[in-house]
Design a protein around this ligand. Structure first.
Ligand code: PMP
Length: 423
């Protein structure tokens, strides 16, 4: 059992000190949707706005040079965080969604035709489904899904069978599922896909916050994640791409910053990474992201992962022990800190609302994984997701509250639904 010093960590997160509904202390277990920010991130962004903010790359004046240095230093911090070979492989995008759309548009339009297959997992987030459906509408390619088995798992044999049979042009999958919590063997599946000649994109939105990532070891062509899920700001994310891939791809968005030359006849594109960063980039957000990555790295990604495993296992075991509760996900040893569940006879939105009354913030809905929910025959789940600042005591309070929901609704025999599904 390996736990972080949460007393110390929690002092870095001012929002965690507040009370919510009914004066209950906040128990924030909605980290898979978005995380909170430590002071270090807020202060780095404040410092930029208060001391040296200016547009980057354009001006030959002190503030512009200072902002450019900080922006490019953020790129270098991100390169280190991912262990990318070069900072040219790090593109700042608006988030995971924007990064996947960039690949689907730029790589997809240039490389995919009507005979091709894009292979995904059924558990993918809509951000890693819809851009491929859109590509299919443009090119006529097919989008295929690998299902999960009755234990919510996907075996190597199943992946191999789909790769053999479909010979996909692209295999795009999440390193960790935002609903099931499953952590997938990225390196192994990437290597299997490569042997079939597939290009590989890893959605690391739920992996980057929680595990050590080494993009060179993973060997995928693209790896994407979002700032707001790693204690960083909203409005920024990362598109890592192998330099040769990005070099060969046409620019996606056109505008200032991504050009070398523009004439009345046309334009030439800048080198990497600017080629994919049209317009004024998210300067302060990049600086905040770098502060977040440094903060997490100082604590240690492996320590964070171990901490969440302890909390995740405790929540998983506790939920499974409550009569009428069904955990929607594999066993704890195959998951991180995410636990989705349904309570017999109680809608997930009622669960979430009841828990909110105890100060416990969880998410309810389809979590942007409608195909997964459809395949499981459930419309909505409640999801408790832990992060480095959560404690075993908070997990225990979640479990007490879930048991109380179950008891209350079983007693009243009611089936209610109070809120429209959101997300
Ligand atoms: N993929 C996964 C696995 C996610 O969990 C999320 C966020 N819920 C996304 C993609 C989309 O990320 P964003 O909304 O930051 O673009």
């Amino acid at each position: 059992m390996s736990l972080l010093d949460t007393d110390k960590i929690r002092r870095d997160f001012p929002v965690l000190q507040r009370n919510v509904t009914g004066g209950h202390p906040l128990i924030y277990l909605d980290n898979a949707a978005s995380t909170q920010r430590p002071r270090a991130v807020i202060e780095a962004m404040d410092e930029c706005y208060l001391q040296y903010y200016s547009n980057v790359h354009r001006g030959i004046h002190t503030l512009s040079e200072e902002s450019t240095r900080a922006y490019e230093a953020a790129r270098e911090t991100t390169r280190e965080f991912l262990n990318a070979a070069s900072a040219r492989e790090i593109i700042f995008a608006a988030g995971t969604t924007a990064a996947i759309n960039t690949v689907a548009r730029s790589w997809g339009d240039a490389n995919v035709s009507s005979d091709d297959v894009i292979l995904l997992l059924i558990s993918e987030h809509h951000a890693n489904i819809v851009p491929w459906h859109q590509l299919a509408a443009r090119t006529g390619c097919r989008v295929e899904f690998i299902p999960i088995d009755e234990n919510f798992e996907i075996s190597d044999e199943t992946v191999a069978e789909y790769l053999d049979r479909l010979q996909p042009k692209m295999f795009a999958f999440a390193a960790a599922s935002n609903t099931l919590g499953s952590e997938y063997p990225v390196q192994r599946w990437t290597s299997m896909a490569r042997q079939h000649g597939a290009t590989v994109l890893i959605d690391a939105a739920q992996a980057a916050p929680h595990q050590q990532i080494d993009v060179q070891a993973w060997d995928a062509d693209f790896v994407v994640f979002s700032g707001h899920k790693v204690c960083g700001p909203t409005g920024i994310g990362v598109l890592y791409g192998k330099e040769a891939m990005l070099d060969a791809m046409p620019a996606f968005l056109g505008g200032g910053g991504m050009i070398l030359n523009v004439t009345t006849e046309g334009f030439t594109t800048h080198e990497l990474p600017e080629k994919f960063e049209a317009g004024t980039p998210p300067i302060v957000e990049a600086i905040g992201l770098a502060a977040a990555l440094k903060y997490l790295t100082a604590i240690g990604m492996e320590n964070i992962h171990a901490h969440e495993r302890v909390l995740g296992e405790r929540a998983d075991a506790g939920l499974r022990a409550i009569d009428g509760v069904r955990v929607i996900g594999p066993t704890a040893d195959k998951k991180g800190g995410i636990n989705s569940f349904v309570i017999e006879g109680v809608h997930a939105h009622d669960v979430s609302q009841f828990l909110d009354g105890r100060g416990v913030a969880v998410r309810a809905g389809h979590h942007c994984t409608m195909p997964l929910h459809q395949s499981l025959g459930v419309t909505a789940t409640a999801r408790a997701s832990c992060y480095l600042y959560n404690t075993t005591d908070e997990v225990d309070q979640l479990l007490v509250a879930v048991a109380d929901v179950r008891a209350k609704f079983a007693r009243s025999g009611r089936r209610r639904r109070t809120r429209r599904p959101v997300e």
